[in-house]
Design a protein around this ligand. Structure first.
Ligand code: IPE
Ligand code: IPE
Ligand code: MG
Length: 252
């Protein structure tokens, strides 16, 4: 069998991959270490996967790094994670630019401490003109927060006469999501053996192919990514149609 990478059909890549990076805490506990150690090791996986996605030509990569629910974790873990996120972004921003990667952040920024916001904004500015892969960090993010936020903003527009209720359609709604302007993910990967989406991209994942692996996030590497992409490429995406209808379109 040729290496996994060579088996991937470069003409049928998902344009957008979204990943729930899960299992850091259990990975660390399994080694008799503190949960934070798992988060530190998780950064190595992030670097490896960002590089891997860039190499094969994935255009958009969204990483779920911190959910709005994660704020309820023990204080020391929340603080440790925030510091890790900020320090990593600070350290890696030059590398991002070197690789022409444009950073985006989605989530409830009001919840972030001031120092984290500042670092983030600097990194966003520094990578704003990059034109290669889009790296979207979901930070203090949840799908329900995002939908609620969109509803409030749309209601405000209607109230102030900027929008007619009759004109609200799917496009309008998408414009008010934090992912406005980004295509929906075609492939969603969750590591660590949990089979749920934990409030991630509830609207955008409507037709994503879901891929679950037992591999804990700190162990997840390019080869695991290739496996997920190959699995994706062997699926038939029907979007409500019949298999025959989809095949006719492909044959044309
Ligand atoms: C994922 O790993 C990282 C975050 C949620 C921030 P976890 O910290 O959830 O690790 P487990 O699931 O407890 O093993
Ligand atoms: C989802 O993981 C959030 C992130 C990976 C950032 P969690 O570990 O928080 O999800 P649950 O609690 O197992 O559903
Ligand atoms: Mg978890």
């Amino acid at each position: 069998m040729p290496p996994l990478l060579d088996q991937i059909d470069k003409n049928n890549l998902p344009k957008h991959i979204a990943i729930i990076m899960d299992g850091n805490g259990r990975w660390a506990k399994e080694q008799g270490q503190d949960r934070l150690y798992g988060h530190y090791q998780g950064v190595e996986s992030v670097k490896n996967i960002v590089e891997g996605c860039g190499e094969i030509g994935i255009e958009y990569l969204t990483l779920y790094a911190f959910s709005t629910e994660n704020w309820d974790r023990p204080q020391y873990e929340v603080v440790g994670l925030m510091e890790l996120l900020v320090n990593t972004i600070r350290k890696e921003v030059n590398e991002l630019t070197k690789n022409n990667i444009k950073l985006h952040v989605i989530g409830d920024m009001n919840m972030l401490p001031e120092y984290a916001l500042q670092e983030l904004n600097e990194a966003l500015e520094m990578t704003a003109n990059n034109s290669g892969m889009h790296l979207i960090m979901a930070l203090s993010y949840s799908g329900r927060w995002e939908l609620l936020n969109a509803v409030k903003n749309i209601a405000h527009q209607v109230k102030t006469g900027k929008l007619n209720v009759e004109d609200i359609d799917q496009d309008t709604l998408q414009q008010f999501l934090s992912t406005s302007g980004l295509p929906d993910p075609e492939l969603m990967i969750r590591t660590s053996g949990e089979f749920r989406i934990s409030n991630f991209l509830l609207y955008q994942l409507a037709y994503a192919e879901l891929y679950f692996t037992n591999v804990r996030w700190p162990d997840f590497r390019k080869e695991n990514l290739y496996e997920a992409i190959l699995d994706f490429q062997n699926r038939e995406r029907r979007f409500g149609k019949t298999s025959d209808q989809v095949k006719v379109k492909e044959d044309r």
